[in-house]
Design a binder for this molecule. Sequence first.
Ligand code: DGJ
Length: 756
Amino acid sequence: MAIIVDQGKNIFTLHTKNSTYQMKVDELGFLLHTYYGSRIDNTDMSYLIYNMDRGFSGNPYEIGGKDRSYSLDTLPQEYSCFGTGDYRISALRIKNGDGSRGVQLYYDKYILNKGKYSIPDLPAVYADDDESETLEIIMKDPYSHVEVHLYYGVLEKNDIITRAVKVVNKGSEKIVVEKAASLSLDWISQDFDWITFYGRHNMERITQRSAINHGIQAIGSVRGTSSHHYNPFAILCEKGADETKGQCFGISFVYSGEFLMEVEKDQVNQTRLVCGIHPDNFEWNLLPGEEFNSPEAIMTYSPHGFGQLSRNLHETIREHICRGEWKHKRRPVLVNNWEATYFNFTGDQLVEIAKDAAKLGVELFVLDDGWVGKRDNDNSGLGDWYPNEEKLGCSLKELAERILDTGVEFGIWFEPEAISEDSNLYREHPEWVVRIPGRPPALSRNQLVLDFSRKDVQYYIIERMSDILSEVPITYVKWDFNRSICDKFSNELGPEYQGEFAHRYVLGLYRVLEELTTKFPHILFEGCSGGGGRFDPGMLYYTPHIWCSDNTDPIARLTIQYGTSFGYPVSTVGAHVSTVPNHQTRRVTPFSTRAYVAMSGIFGYQLDISKMTEEEKDDIRKQIEIYKNRYDLIQNGHYYRLLPPTSDMCTVWEIAAKDGKEAIITAVYHNVEANPAPVMVQVQGLNESGSYQLELDTVFWEDKLDEKVKNWLLSKLPYGYGEGELISGAALMKGGLVIPPAFQEYQAWQIIIKQC
Ligand code: DGJ
């Protein structure tokens, strides 16, 4: 049993492989949070709570003058409430029927179930009954008659506890839920850092570590989507924690809309973290008897640093978030025409790219933006989901068939949530656009947003896309969305209900995705929002991988993919090889470096293969062969960050087989120095007693280097790379491995380590 209930003392203890989480109902009926950390026994951890009379931290009425040290303002709470004596950041804020903002929850009862709860209309972790348990705790406010159900899903083996909340109006008047976070987490005493992932278009998920100081710090989004700017994921860790040591807690929010993750260090150095839907654009009306379900938050704990924390999340997202036929199926190597042609293409040109690609081992051709309505640039055509046959030179079906004839599958781009002012759809349905009446809406990429909170809009998109997907032999859909949402207003909601718009939009998006992915289970859906603007576990429930960034420069990708790897597995990261100079940064990098970086993701090309030299084509053939051979290990192995992109010379990461018998190390020199110091890493995840052989991929340079450089390099290879040279697992893990030096700028190496 992962969940232990001590009925006598009203203590709930949740155990995972390496962690314990505990709550206790106190004598007044408040649910206190007593512990989250390394796995312990079922000891009542409330002995750690030490109360003192703190001036200006008042006492609940029931306790009156009897004990001035008892205060909700300092006690660790399981689900913090606004307005009734806890002045810190709170999880729940309710506007009552009389206009007051006050709520306080008292324990009522609990329900224990095998298996993992699900949430109506929202994505959530799923698991079989024999791998998960659910605890539901029901709390009540006897004054405002609000009932709150706290859900806990425990995946013991994965070191995962999920949380979600349901708010029910049990009273006789309408209430407004102004904030209903999915998770509130208190630590009695810890001096934490937190790691967050910020960014922008073309540069997502940059890692930032800062101390949690007194006051409130927050990340979030009010952009309608989870955003490029802050990912809905953070790590709290003790000072000094790193990849392999130290306690750390990961919080990942399974939601693709606006979110807020706040932390506060209080007057007595306690830390509180609250995570949920962003309250700025949120107000949910509950009539008597109605309920509101929050999205889910995932918590994981590692006593051994960030590496283990990431691997817990990787496994959970791979096995318990991603769904459908493509969950375990090898994703096809694709070529996408965006960076090859942008909007300027003809059907014949596309067929030429596909033809050359097929010969080299590419398995799928993806037709990107520019095939619909009148859309030769990004100023028009969105919403008109009818192919531009004049531009294609034939019907879409005929084009798809021509592409299939070349030997690759056919995939296609959509941007279903967007609408151009210059489109037939806009002319027919201006009321379908998100905008505030009487106020001109802000444009972004010269486009507007379709009101996905509306059923008729959802229906239109489902119908239009279904028609195309049924008629044309399409096996892959790229679902893009290229702006943030402002001017929030829906023509279908009354004035009091406009605060529901942002969340209803996300529910609408999920509904459309659920319907299309169910109707077309054989189609692989790729998520995208101008690259990684909606890279979150909510989207991954529908689209098992996401285009990670519009930036395809491998050196910039080191930073982007490094940050992404903290919360997401390689199997969710769309990564493509593109041309040089790179279109985003103008940087020139070796072809093999571009390939090695893209291989730590869902691999593909975004360049005009038909214009490449025979030598380059030969390289593509080799790259694809290598990727296919290493696919299982790369996609399902254990991921280790060995050197960050902020290190002096080289970014290094490793993917090891779960049995430790094989590993791939990728090292990319992001810097050049004269007379450089050697780059050394400690390999992880091998078998200590095993003997390993190192194999350096030489396939991309062997026949290209002149003899002098080649001989120099071969003479400089560290011990272990030569034939018959074996090194023990213990030596590689505790001593280390020397990365061969670079012989050119932005050199990348892939090293295969095999137990023999
Ligand atoms: C943004 C995407 O991230 C790109 O890959 C491409 O599909 C463009 N949109 C097309 O408009």
